[in-house]
Design a protein around this ligand. Structure first.
Ligand code: CDP
Length: 214
């Protein structure tokens, strides 16, 4: 079984995916971490995010270990991730990484769950189950600010800058030509705006149980 989960920043897709992975014994890949790991190396090596050749060369060197780096969160890395995510050649390399991941699933796992922006549309169009997780922009912003406040004790100015960058990133992700953030026509859409984490996870699990588990 393959579950594809897509949605914008702060929608709750990561939390829901982790929950479904545990509940249905699935191997989980947060594909945003791939783009973030690539961005981190681009920043460290002082590469211009618009230099598609240099960025693609770095993409070829990415390993699973890079994706497990605990310091990939944060809106600065995400902003660069979203800039390089428009590069078609780099995306092709990432696509292969994700498809290899799906092929690597072995027992005791019963399948894989991937979350990102283009999982249901590009990476796994044949997925058993597709979910699109969304929430109103102000709610997503608030969630991301609370997360950041909790970890960094950031100032109000820094928080509003984070909110601004998130909006900019969402716009870029939704309007880019290649693999834009969009719900697949056959995706089940969950708006988590008025839901608690528990309610959102339960709703997603009910759908998977009803339509995706044989
Ligand atoms: O955690 P959050 O939802 O804020 O972002 P993320 O999933 O870690 O993704 C960071 C950035 O990587 C996104 O803003 C996208 O530009 C890019 N991305 C993508 O293009 N395709 C994916 N499948 C996953 C992420």
């Amino acid at each position: 079984m393959i579950i594809a989960v897509d949605g914008p920043a702060g929608s709750g897709k990561g939390t829901i995916s982790e929950y479904l992975a545990m509940k249905f014994d699935l191997l989980y890949l947060d594909t945003g971490l791939l783009y973030r790991a690539l961005a981190k190396t681009v920043i460290r090596e002082n590469v211009d995010p618009k230099n598609f050749q240099a960025v693609t060369n770095i993409a070829h060197t990415l390993t699973f270990q890079d994706v497990q780096d605990p310091n990939l969160r944060g809106e600065d890395i995400a902003a660069v991730a979203s800039q390089i995510a428009v590069i078609a050649e780099a995306r092709k390399v990432m696509d292969e990484f994700q498809r290899d991941f799906c092929r690597s699933v072995k027992l005791p796992y019963k399948g894989a769950i991937l979350d990102g922006r283009d999982i249901g549309t590009v990476i796994c169009p044949e997925a058993t189950c597709k979910l699109f997780i969304t929430a109103r922009p102000e709610i997503r912003n608030q969630r991301r600010m609370l997360e950041t406040q909790g970890t960094d004790g950031a100032s109000p100015e820094a928080l509003s800058e984070i909110a601004r960058k998130m909006v900019e990133r969402d716009n870029r992700d939704s309007t880019r030509q290649i693999a834009p953030l969009t719900a697949a026509p056959d995706a089940f859409i969950i708006d988590t705006s008025g839901l608690t984490i528990e309610q959102a996870c339960t709703k997603a699990a009910e759908y998977v149980t009803q339509y995706c588990v044989a």
